[in-house]
Ligand binder design. Structure first.
Ligand code: KG4
Ligand code: ZN
Length: 342
């Protein structure tokens, strides 16, 4: 199974055989977005166009296979940036049509869940998935990764990774900010500043029990830093980073574990770029263990956007006999998680 991913700024091409990862080639345009402090859709689309053919070739070399050895093609159909998605969808259609192979247009979020089988073997179902990246923050209930996925909650404003990137920017750290905040926070005191925990108060918990909100937190950090700077005192970078990171990780882990308990789920899977965060990993393991929930986190290269995750979901679809997509499958920027295949 060949998998193609182009929903954001990574051109990913992966090859798998069943649960075995054969190749995972990724070309990222992240450096081209750095000076803008966030992903610029048109720049990402152009970069996908330039990277597609070389990345497909690199994946084939890495796996030691020829393109006509591929039995089926899977591609991210959505959600994501529409112009970026279109490049991957067009490339996948060309390959499927050219080699006469079935084509599966798949959901990006569900692929983040399916990828874990490449590292830890068959997925425990049902399981709960916390997906946190620069583009999404979702809690999913997965009964069957090929056809039954429900959204329990999602961010109502910024994605978790976006919050890391915006706070890093106001602290003068480079883009993408997550890894820099993570590093700076190591020398800081997470309890030094009490930043708000979005959507955790009584009323919010009634309406948005498993949703997230990070824009209020970002504003609170901005105000705090601004007040400090105006008072003429130095901004304690490590403490701000640690306190901000704690606020994000506290809410993410608290809601994820609570969702497992509410639905009687014993397996929690974490995915997306923010899953690389050291504090998130420690805290989720601690809290899940206390609640009797087992945690699975794929290695960082499989957590960030890649083609292998798309191929992994494609392989599951074939294994469970799901029908392929039509050749006119769309790039759907708002593809709902309930649609696993387009
Ligand atoms: O999944 P990903 O590579 O791409 C998408 O956004 O789809 O995730 C990138 C996001 C960025 O916002 C980045 O700042 C964040 O993941 N990130 C982290 C860490 N490493 C990457 N956030 C917090 N801590 C980290 N160690
Ligand atoms: Zn993603």
């Amino acid at each position: 199974m060949l998998g193609i991913e182009t929903s954001c700024d990574e051109t990913g091409v992966g090859l798998v055989r069943g649960n075995t990862l054969l190749a995972d080639a990724v070309a990222s345009s992240v450096d081209e977005h750095a000076r803008f402090g966030g992903v610029v859709p048109e720049v990402a689309s152009r970069a996908h166009l330039e990277a597609m053919v070389p990345t497909v070739e690199r994946a084939c070399v890495e796996a030691g296979v020829r393109l006509d050895d591929v039995d089926a093609v899977a591609v991210t159909s959505g959600p994501g940036l529409v112009g970026a998605l279109l490049v991957g969808v067009a490339a996948a259609k060309a390959l499927a049509l050219g080699f006469g192979r079935p084509l599966y247009g798949v959901n990006h979020l569900v692929a983040h869940v399916a990828v874990d089988q490449l590292e830890h073997g068959p997925l425990p179902e049902p399981c709960l998935a916390l997906l946190v990246s620069g583009g999404h923050s979702s809690l999913l209930l997965v009964d069957d990764v090929t056809k039954d996925v429900q959204s329990l909650g999602a961010t109502i404003d910024d994605a978790a990774g976006e919050a890391f990137d915006k706070v890093a920017r106001l602290l003068g750290l480079p883009f993408p900010g997550g890894p820099h905040i993570d590093a700076a926070a190591r020398d800081g005191d997470p309890a030094s500043i009490a930043f708000p925990r979005g959507l955790t108060s009584g009323r919010d918990m009634q309406q948005h029990r498993f949703d997230f909100s990070f824009s209020g937190l970002k504003t609170a950090v901005a105000r705090w830093v601004d007040a400090r700077a105006r008072s003429g005192e130095p901004v304690p970078l490590a403490d701000v980073a640690a306190a901000f990171q704690e606020a994000v990780c506290d809410v993410l882990t608290r809601k994820a574990v609570a969702a497992c308990q509410a639905h009687g789920i014993e397996h929690l899977l974490i995915g997306g770029g923010v899953a690389a965060n050291s504090r998130l990993r420690t805290l989720v393991v601690e809290r899940a263990a206390a609640a009797g929930v087992a945690v699975r986190v794929p290695r960082p290269s499989l957590c960030t956007d890649n083609g292998a995750m798309v191929a992994a979901l494609g392989a599951q679809l074939v294994e469970r006999g799901r029908a392929p997509s039509a050749l006119d499958l769309p790039a759907d920027s708002a593809m709902p998680v309930t649609a696993v295949v387009a």
